[in-house]
Ligand binder design. Sequence first.
Ligand code: SF4
Length: 217
Amino acid sequence: MLSATEIDRVYDTLAATYPLFEDSDDEWMTHGLSDTPFRALLSVALSTMTNGPRTIKAAVGLFEKVSTFEQLRDIDDDELRDTIRSVAHYNRKTLSLKRMARQIIDDHGGEIPTNHDDLMSLQGIGRKCADIMMNFQYGTPTVAVDTHVHRVVNRLGMVDTRTHEQTADALIDVTPARFVRHAHERLIQHGMQTCVARKPKCDDCPLTALCAHYNAA
Ligand code: SF4
């Protein structure tokens, strides 16, 4: 496992290598998927088990039809299903989005909850989605863990975990406070561009000297 000093060097290197989303051509930003908490919540709910382009197609189409939770609650089920058909499990997500809209209207006065537990109580919102909302919309010190982040931090030896939930708990403990705010966006870019799933591009990686996976090979 990496020491605290080595983890510091990992984050320093990632910060020098990858831009923040707001300074990059990140597709979610350019398509306005994170422009408001409403858009961000619906986009993360659509994104589970779905790649970026399919999520963007569904979200952009959906935002042409709804801009409030009342409109989401009232949109015809078949129209909603057709609009988000590009994402995985679109039938289930159709029902989840309608239920989530009713929950927010009935239980939260039409406002998206700003605490983790209440976000997790919303239909279709799991740990990763709640962490993304807390991190990017509310600026809280959270590191959202998806498949890319989970893979990268385990390969590097920053954590030794099996599930995404275990990784999220362990990662927040070993991440220095000054790096927490932007840890997700740096780690996910590394996972998508360099430390990819099947054949990591170790020859192009600036972290070889620190990486447990690389040095065990
Ligand atoms: S050296 Fe290879 S396995 Fe390690 S972080 Fe870099 S790309 Fe991933």
